[in-house]
Ligand binder design. Structure first.
Ligand code: GDP
Length: 195
């Protein structure tokens, strides 16, 4: 994929702020700190387009990134950060619900999980939510560089099993650090976007 332009359109806190055109969107869901921002930066070859952070639990926004004026990546607010208040958890649920239920532009929601760990209860909920909405249930296993080569298949199998994935469901391991998996992921994304 040749990236001619990549820019943030808006960090939205409410629906009225979502972009109003009809460009297709692929949204990324996952735990805070799973590597969503790093993945967006990797995909578009920018070091700092999406804000990465080593401290999870940053402000809850839905971030829209325009790519080549052709489509958008949408960074959904992360979940699973222990220290957030009940009110903020409720706000997270409302935001997600409004976006996933109403967004006509949305063509796919991709679930990110850390390849080192078994999916959490919330990961499992998120994944079944995604399937419930009728999306394919593509999974990206992040931080591939953090495990030994010999551990890869075992971890991928574990994630498949814990998320209840079907044999035809796709899981792609990626490292934003070593860039491994990037081309395979783009191949899939161009298929999904049909660009
Ligand atoms: P987000 O909260 O999901 O957007 O996660 P970030 O992209 O901000 O990443 C959280 C932390 O994990 C940061 O310190 C990143 O540098 C680190 N990180 C993200 N992806 C990778 C990866 O593929 N490999 C390694 N080693 N670290 C990563």
């Amino acid at each position: 994929m040749k990236i001619k332009s990549a820019e943030i359109v808006i960090s939205a806190v409410k629906m009225e702020q979502y972009p109003k055109d009809d460009l297709p969107e692929i949204a990324l869901a996952g735990r805070s700190n799973v590597g969503k921002s790093s993945l967006i930066n990797l995909l578009v070859n920018r070091r700092k387009l999406a804000r990465t952070s080593s401290s999870p639990g940053k402000t809850q926004t839905i971030n829209f990134y325009d790519i080549n004026g052709q489509f958008r990546f949408v960074d959904l607010p992360g979940y699973g950060y222990a220290k957030v208040s009940k009110a903020s958890k409720e706000q997270w649920g409302k935001m997600m619900d409004l976006y996933l239920n109403n967004r006509k532009n949305l063509i796919e929601v991709i679930q990110l999980v850390d390849i080192r760990h078994a999916p959490t209860q919330q990961d499992k909920h998120m994944y079944s939510w995604i399937k419930h909405f009728g999306f394919n249930g593509i999974v990206i296993a992040t931080k591939l560089d953090k495990i030994k080569r010999g551990q890869r298949q075992k971890q991928l199998n574990l994630i498949r099993k814990e998320l209840n994935m079907n044999s035809e469901d796709i899981i792609i391991p990626v490292s934003s650090e070593s860039r491994e998996g990037k081309e395979e992921l783009w191949e899939l994304l161009t298929e999904v976007f049909r660009v």
